[in-house]
Each structure stands twice: as structure tokens, then as C-alpha cells.
Design a protein around this ligand. Sequence first.
Ligand code: AMP
Length: 195
Amino acid sequence: MNLILFGPPGAGKGTQADRLTSKRDWPKLSTGDMLRAAAAAGTEIGRKAKDIMDRGELVSDEIVVGIIADRIEQPDCRNGFILDGFPRNAAQAEALDAMLAEKGLDLDGAIEIRVVDSKLIDRINQRISESAEVRADDNADTLEKRLKVYHKETAPLLPYYEAQGKLRHVDGMQNIDDVASQIENVLKGLSGEDT
Ligand code: AMP
């Protein structure tokens, strides 16, 4: 299945994508993870992206679209993939449509993990306290910026997927296991619709 996980920063997209990946043959395609790896490796893309990421702004569409286009070509994506953090604006959503159409692929569903903004700061603080390696963009100031960007650029994509009948919601305020089982129910519904 080809899926997108939507949700504000700290909603648990990465955690839920990891869970799905561990149970199924669908790799997680996280542009954030790929950009952080590029920054750690000191590649040209990584160097360009690092300051932008640290400020909580969006890296250029050209860079992230290129990363995803290359990644989707890999053989492990043949059975499906989970997009985490992509697309993040209208231009990226259009690029994704074009990429999939070119490969004769379709999107099966887009799942929005809903969490109110006030809860996200607690989550980020928890992530900082639990993590051995703290992300440079995991702090209250940058979170505020990332939330603004999410509401301005990314949340407006949701009606686009809704209009295609592909959008589903889960309550991201529940604990990790409960959110995972809500996602499993969504997947059952989506695969039932396929048959
Ligand atoms: P994430 O790990 O998804 O929270 O992403 C961390 C940061 O990477 C974001 O705040 C952006 O700076 C950058 N980033 C990740 N995905 C994208 C994307 N699709 N478009 C632009 N920037 C992105």
C-alpha cells in the first residue's frame, strides 16, 4: 500500500511509520530522516538543508522532491511505502502526483494523526528528555515555527486528499498503541475498499 502520514510536528508520524514498517513490507520514506542523514554525512544537500531545518523552515521543494523521486525508484518500494513528512506543501503534492502517475502507481490513503497544538510542546519536551541524541530542531522556539509552517503550508493539503476520498483521521492524543490500532483499522478499511 502507498500511504502518506500527515500530522503536525510531534504527532507521532515517525513512530507510527516505524511500527507499520516493522510489520509490513513497506519502507518508511521520511524526508526529515533523509535530510538529517545527509547533514550528518556532510553532503552538499545536507549542508544546504541543515540551517533551514534548524530554523524550522522548509527545505526547497527541488531538494525534497529529488530525494523522494530517487527513493521511490528503489526496489524495496515495490510493495508499497509510507511517506512521513512528504508532501509538505502544494508544490510537493503536485510533484508526488506526477511521480506516481509516471510510474503507474496510485496513492491508497492519506492518514492524518490529529493532535492539538497545546499537547505537542509536551511531546517534544518528552522526546528531548528520552532521547540520547537531541534533534537541533526539537526545542520550543523551533517547534512554534514548525507548527506555523504546518498550519500554513501542509494542513491546506488535507482537503485535496479528502476530495479524492483518500483522507482518514486518527486521534493522535491517545497512547502509541491505541494510535497504532486506530491506524490498523484504517488500513483494514482501505484494503476492504480495494477488493
Ligand atoms: P521532520 O523530521 O519531518 O519533522 O522534518 C524536519 C525538518 O526537515 C523540517 O522542519 C524541514 O526543515 C525539513 N523537511 C522535512 N521534510 C520536508 C519536506 N517535505 N519539505 C521541506 N522540508 C522538509
